[in-house]
Design a protein around this ligand. Structure first.
Ligand code: TSJ
Length: 648
């Protein structure tokens, strides 16, 4: 606090000098290239604004001064974030002659650089975004409760519209920020999705044990609100992820340790499914590409279980159990905190600090050994499960070989239903996976056969929840997909062998379409995960409406677009008749319409499937196909009215 004077003022006046001009240039740069600062200006960037602000409150919690955070979506899609921390400093900074509060919102990357102390753990990752959010907001208002006063300051598109003013007195401390994302910047959508924010805030609550986060949606007639606070932290995260599955042992195993400025915690529990779920975080930032913390964990898990198996005689000399076998049915959260996190990889989502591998390895090796010694029944259950996995893997290898011989997989023979393209370079080709023969027919006629292949799906669905690789190879619905993609499945999956670099799921916007998307995504997630991780999978976005006025035909992809386009088509003439019909399915479109709206790379929209989409699909699949009846009933009840737009 040395550069901050402890003085309060009712309205801060200052000269507009060189620094002010720099400030505006900084924020102008954000408005010129918003994608550089928030990734994109689509829905994901819109939601990112909220995380940037909330991160500041989380940092205050990590510093030990904040216990409650509120996030509210207001009418008009404004966002209010509140916390009960110390309040952003309001003193005048000597360097700039401005209140720290103003600096936070007007200087790029100012966060974390003032005050000191508060951002230690985040290593400069958090708390840099308040000025970016300000620059991208039509307006933003901040209120700080501190020193017995309520300070208020207002901005519009990054410019100060009301200098810092004391508007009242208070006996509490904290910060409250409300902003409205600028529609000039977020041209796709300015509408917040409650579920997206809810999911992310729940994650933050799990990662910060004891921190209470309340999310509220005030847009409807009645407010919707949920308070999330988990004393058990990531232990409860694991329980939550396994909630629809059957656990192999009751207790969640929890291990934690630290060294110098870094700390690591791991929570895990096995369930009776065959999928591996490892979700890792560095400084509360999700690292879907993994990295050193995951490597350290996997190595330690394999070594500790091997050692225990040998020692307890559960493993024989010639039993060969792989790391994959030990991770079958594992649900695990890894959370590390470190001072200078290095994020690498394509999407900066992979942790590069090698000292963290050593730390996680040491913590898990030591603590897991002790746990297994003290809980031999759990140790036995895990080892038996891994032995089963190893046996199944061997059986799958044999099945694969026999299927290969029978179906000529090796000889490169393609499925009968595949309408392949002429181009051979996978980087230039796409495959549309289409449910139903009639849609398949339109797609085959409408496509550009130079680079677009069509694979219609048919036959009986397989419960991939309970299936291992051997069953999948023999299934008549999924085996053509495996053959057409050409890259194998499971541990043999090799993306370098892919025959197409765009895999596009094209299904109707109805319940059946949602089912087929859920099935395919779950299948890819379980058996070809790198396909999703490396961004090869897309969902086609077919239009919902067809609008006709005389000879003019247009389409719309949402209700809002339908209303806008129909107004445009009417033009001056409010009484002009625009005929609006709803596309009931892909099969209803003729080949030209399908090409123009959904398949032509120049005019179509493709949604790239993320790992989160796949995790969500996997979860829905587990509920729909799993053994537990209660979650299924609950899901169907809750989703009955939305089931048409299952957003996957
Ligand atoms: F960044 C922000 F303005 F967007 C924002 C910051 C938004 C919200 C909702 C909360 C916060 C915030 C900042 N909450 N708590 C803090 N704490 C500080 O900025 C702070 C307070 C005191 C001291 C100190 O050393 O006395 C240091 C800091 C960093």
């Amino acid at each position: 606090m040395d550069q901050l004077e402890n003085k309060t003022t009712t309205a801060v006046e200052h000269e507009y000098g060189a620094s002010e001009i720099q400030v505006l240039e900084g924020l102008e740069a954000v408005r010129k290239r918003p994608g550089m600062y928030i990734g994109s200006t689509s829905a994901s960037g819109l939601h990112h604004l909220v995380y940037e602000i909330v991160d500041n409150s989380i940092d205050e919690a990590l510093a030990g001064y904040c216990t409650e955070i509120g996030v509210t979506i207001g009418k008009g899609n404004t966002i209010t974030v509140t916390d009960n921390g110390r309040g952003i400093p309001v003193d005048i900074q000597q360097q700039t002659g401005k209140a720290a509060l103003e600096v936070v919102f007007t200087i790029l990357h100012a966060g974390g650089k003032f005050g000191g102390g508060g951002y230690k753990v985040s290593g400069g990752l958090h708390g840099v975004g308040a000025s970016v959010v300000n620059a991208l907001s039509e307006w933003l208002e901040a209120r700080v409760y501190k020193n017995g006063n309520i300070y208020e300051m207002k901005f519009a598109r990054g410019h100060v519209t009301q200098p810092m003013t004391i508007i009242g007195t208070t006996d509490r401390t904290g910060t409250e920020v409300t902003f409205k994302p600028d529609p000039e910047m977020f041209t796709d959508t300015t509408e917040y999705d409650y579920e997206t924010l809810h999911t992310r805030m729940r994650e933050e609550a799990f990662l910060n044990a004891g921190l209470s986060i309340t999310i509220t949606d005030d847009r409807g007639e009645e407010p919707v609100s949920e308070t999330m606070c988990y004393e058990g932290g990531i232990r409860e995260f694991v329980t939550f992820l396994n909630r629809n599955k059957t656990a192999v042992h009751d207790q969640v195993i929890y291990m934690a340790g630290s060294r110098e400025d870094s700390m690591a915690e791991v929570a895990l529990q096995y369930n009776d499914s065959y999928s591996e779920i490892i979700v890792s975080f560095a400084n509360n930032v999700h690292t879907p590409e993994g990295g050193m913390h995951e490597e350290g964990f996997k190595r330690a898990l394999t070594n500790a279980l091997n050692a225990y198996g040998r020692k307890s005689k559960l493993l024989k000399e010639d039993d060969k159990i792989t790391g994959d076998d030990y991770r079958e049915g594992l649900t695990c959260i890894i959370s590390v905190k470190l001072t200078e996190a290095q994020f690498e990889g394509q999407t900066k989502a992979k942790l590069g600090n090698s000292e963290i591998r050593t730390l996680v390895n040491a913590v898990v090796s030591e603590k897991l050994e002790i746990f297994l010694e003290e809980n031999p029944s759990v140790g036995r259950a895990i080892l038996e499960k891994a032995l089963n996995a190893a046996r199944a893997r061997e059986a799958a290898r044999k099945a694969r070989e026999s299927v290969r011989r029978k179906t000529g997989l090796e000889s490169g023979q393609m499925p009968d239903k595949l309408r392949d393209c002429n181009e051979r370079d996978p980087a230039l080709t796409e495959i549309y996976i289409v449910e139903g023969d009639s849609a398949g027919g339109s797609a085959t006629q409408g496509r550009d056969s130079r680079f677009q292949a069509i694979l219609p799906l048919w036959g009986k669905m397989l419960n991939v929840e309970k299936a291992r690789a051997d069953k999948v190879y023999g299934n008549d619905k999924l085996s053509p997909v495996i053959t057409a993609l050409g890259a194998g499945i499971g541990e043999e999956f090799n993306p370098e062998k892919l025959r197409y670099h765009k895999i596009i799921i094209m299904a109707d916007a109805d319940v059946d379409g949602a089912h087929i998307r859920t099935l395919l995504l779950t299948f890819f997630f379980r058996f070809m995960r790198p396909l999703i991780e490396q961004g090869y999978v897309y969902s086609a976005v077919p239009p919902l409406y067809k609008l006709t006025r005389g000879k003019t035909v247009k389409v719309a992809f949402s209700d809002e677009e339908r209303d806008r386009v129909s107004a445009e088509m009417r033009g001056e003439n409010a009484n002009a008749k625009v005929d609006i019909s709803r596309f009931k399915g892909l099969g209803e479109m003729n080949p030209e319409e399908l090409w123009e709206t959904t398949m032509n790379p120049e005019t179509r929209t493709l949604r790239r499937i993320t790992l989160e989409d796949a995790v969500k699909a996997d979860e829905i699949f587990t509920i729909l196909m799993g053994e537990k009846v209660e979650p299924r009933k609950e899901f169907i009840e809750q989703n009955a009215k939305y089931v048409v737009n299952l957003d996957i």
